[in-house]
Design a protein around this ligand. Structure first.
Ligand code: SAM
Length: 366
């Protein structure tokens, strides 16, 4: 591949003064780090981010130095994948596996895979998603394109480690911020020893972060997928958390064991979480508690709307809040619900054009 160059202003200095001047330029953020410094037998050429002012010339003690312009080779590792291959591929990285989305077409797969592995030395496998997230376990099918032939990896997020197999369990790295938010909320809730139920726990993505940040709490982490529970148990050990109990089962069949025990419930099963509100309400303590509810909502905006995107998101949030209120109210009498307060509702991530995962924190008083 031909080395690309960039024409930049630079300082030409005798080699013996080179290091002092390099440091002075670096301190003032005047040294360009995107290109390779040039040196010959006698001189060093230090590339600049821009032309220097008189004050800056005085600062680097420019007497005897020459300021000129010349070509510098652009450093490969400074280039983005887009720079290397000429377009922006759609992918996400989980542990040491890069997963390309269906949007990357077959003729480009190898090009993208090798550029990713060259650019990011920590990527050891490149796979491609060949099915949507589907089924009760919310898993997806992958095809390996380059690197090692495996779909198991170790992912680090917010200081926690997760071992998981991307084909056997659900995991979405784009929820890192949301998990951090919920864990921080539990940590500062002021309740001494919260009882928390993660109804759709997966490999412990929420449970482990919550348990770690709030060691006085007790987390019951339930999942119907035996593989998710196997990894969850391993991840509990990996992270040295003792306050989680991992339970394999269909929450609609086993919830009665946890009736009246939860101060807080996490319901991350967008699309279907509404179907489990009866179980959630019956597991809340008699005085009630907080539900972190995740919903998939799509909302279109009128052609006349000036800012279509933000209008559509606004609508999706309103729809999600209303729907949750109505569903809880329907069950209100049975579970002695006195009030529902929506503490917060926000976009967690975009799902498709005009469709979003909306996160709602709701306080239910019984
Ligand atoms: C969207 S994933 C969320 C996993 C995890 N909370 C996370 O954020 O990574 C939903 C999980 O719910 C589990 N699940 C689906 N139906 C269930 C049920 N009836 N009872 C318990 N778990 C269920 C699936 O196996 C899957 O692991």
């Amino acid at each position: 591949m031909k080395t690309e160059t960039e024409r930049l202003p630079c300082v030409k200095a005798e080699k013996r003064r080179g290091e002092t001047i390099r440091q002075a330029l670096k301190e003032r953020k005047l040294l360009s780090t995107d290109v390779r410094i040039i040196a010959d037998d006698k001189f060093i050429y230090l590339p600049l981010t821009r032309a220097l002012t008189d004050a800056e010339l005085r600062y680097i003690d420019a007497a005897g130095l020459l300021i000129l312009t010349r070509e510098f080779a652009i450093l490969e590792q400074r280039k983005s994948i887009e720079d290397i291959i000429g377009f922006k591929p759609s992918y996400e990285v989980i542990g040491d596996i890069a997963v390309l989305t269906e949007a990357v077409n077959e003729s480009n797969e190898q090009l993208v895979a090798h550029a990713l592995m060259n650019r990011h030395k920590n990527i050891k496998v490149v796979a491609k998603r060949i099915s949507p997230v589907e089924g009760v376990f919310r898993t997806r099918k992958l095809r390996i394109i380059a690197g090692a032939n495996r779909t198991e990896t170790m992912h680090t997020e917010n200081g926690c480690r997760y071992k998981l197999d991307l084909e056997k369990v659900y995991f979405n790295p784009r929820l890192a911020g949301e998990r951090n938010r919920v864990a921080a909320q539990v940590a500062r809730s002021g309740v001494d020893a919260e009882g928390i139920i993660d109804m759709f726990a997966g490999v412990g993505s929420f449970s482990i972060q919550v348990a770690k940040r709030a060691p006085q709490s007790h987390v019951t982490a339930i999942d119907i997928n035996p593989e998710a529970i196997r990894y969850l148990r391993e991840n509990i050990k990996l992270n040295g958390v003792r306050n989680i109990e991992a339970i394999e089962g269909d929450v609609s069949e086993i919830y009665a064991r946890f009736r009246n025990t939860a101060d807080r419930i996490i319901m991350n099963l967008p699309k279907s979480a509404y179907l489990f509100l009866r179980e959630a309400l019956s597991m809340l303590k008699p005085r009630g508690g907080t539900i972190h509810f995740y919903d998939l909502e799509s909302a279109y905006s009128d052609a006349s709307d000036k800012n279509k995107k933000s209008k559509s998101l606004e609508r999706a949030i309103v729809q999600a809040k209303e729907r949750l209120m109505v569903k809880i109210e329907e069950l209100g009498e049975e579970f002695h619900v006195q009030s529902i307060e929506i503490l917060e509702a926000r976009k967690v991530k975009a799902y498709a054009p005009y469709a979003y995962i909306i996160g709602i924190d709701a306080k239910v008083k019984r």
